[in-house]
Ligand binder design. Structure first.
Ligand SMILES: [Zn+2]
Ligand SMILES: [Zn+2]
Length: 249
């Protein structure tokens, strides 16, 4: 049974979501979810990233909500950004342990670790879209940077892999499977094909189907992601937020 009981990827007003933490939690409870992660955009996300100074407040809010409700568990998460070729992400080492769950994905409009990273990760990927650089080289560079990140950091979920940049799905999925990192089937982004999921499945990957909600009414809306997973033949036990995979999360 594809019964999804957790939504690990929801945004609030602490980045550019529309709802408060409480509003997202209330929406999740209405849909019968047992777990929700508040995973706002990482600190280097220009204009919308969460602020390090907000963490104490966010933790307090979450603690209070967890004390109030017994039917749901709220996790303090983050959707961190890849900021360098060597796999650095935008969470300073000393605050990594503040988070209950770390998600990471590639986004544009992010402050890179250096000028060299800006050129290679952000500008060249833009040129690739215009056909001005070697696509195969870019695919390798992007894939290796993501692999280094999941090797270095305690990342639980790679969000929308393949969105915004080109990746070698097979190579990334193989490494993610080895490290127990889930690949997200994002229910909001329309890019993720069944073909991609089938390849990752062959390599032994596990998945997470998330809403990527930017407003409370989208919390727990898994429809599109669920359809892709079903069509690609992903067994519920390989999706970390199903009831069937209770041991994995
Ligand atoms: Zn994202
Ligand atoms: Zn997101």
């Amino acid at each position: 049974m594809y019964k999804l009981i957790a939504d690990y990827h929801t945004h609030t007003i602490y980045s550019h979501g529309e709802g408060t933490i409480l509003e997202n939690v209330e929406a999740a409870r209405k849909k019968g979810l047992k777990k929700i992660a508040i995973a706002d955009h990482g600190f280097n996300h220009i204009g919308i990233g969460m602020k390090i100074s907000d963490i104490v407040r966010i933790r307090k809010e979450i603690k209070k909500i967890n004390e109030t409700f017994t039917d749901i568990e709220v996790l303090l998460g983050i959707e961190a950004n890849l900021i360098s070729l060597t796999g650095e992400i935008d969470i300073p080492e000393k605050i990594l342990s503040e988070f209950d769950i770390i998600l990471m994905g590639f986004h544009k409009a992010v402050k890179p670790a250096s000028l060299r990273d800006a050129w290679n990760l952000f500008i060249k990927n833009g040129l690739d879209k215009l056909g001005l650089v070697n696509s195969e080289t870019m695919r390798q560079i992007n894939t290796m940077a993501l692999i280094r990140a999941i090797e270095k950091y305690p990342i639980k979920i790679l969000t929308h892999p393949g969105a915004k940049i080109d990746i070698d799905t097979r190579m990334l999925a193989k490494k993610a499977a080895e490290l127990g990192v889930a690949l997200e089937i994002n229910a909001s982004h329309g890019f993720m094909t069944e073909e991609y999921v089938r390849i990752a499945l062959e390599e032994g990957a596990v998945f997470a189907i998330n809403s990527d909600a930017h407003s409370p009414d989208q919390v727990g809306d898994f429809q599109r992601g669920l359809q892709i997973a079903k069509n690609a033949g992903v067994p519920p036990s390989r999706i970390i937020n199903t009831e069937a995979a209770a041991g994995l999360h």
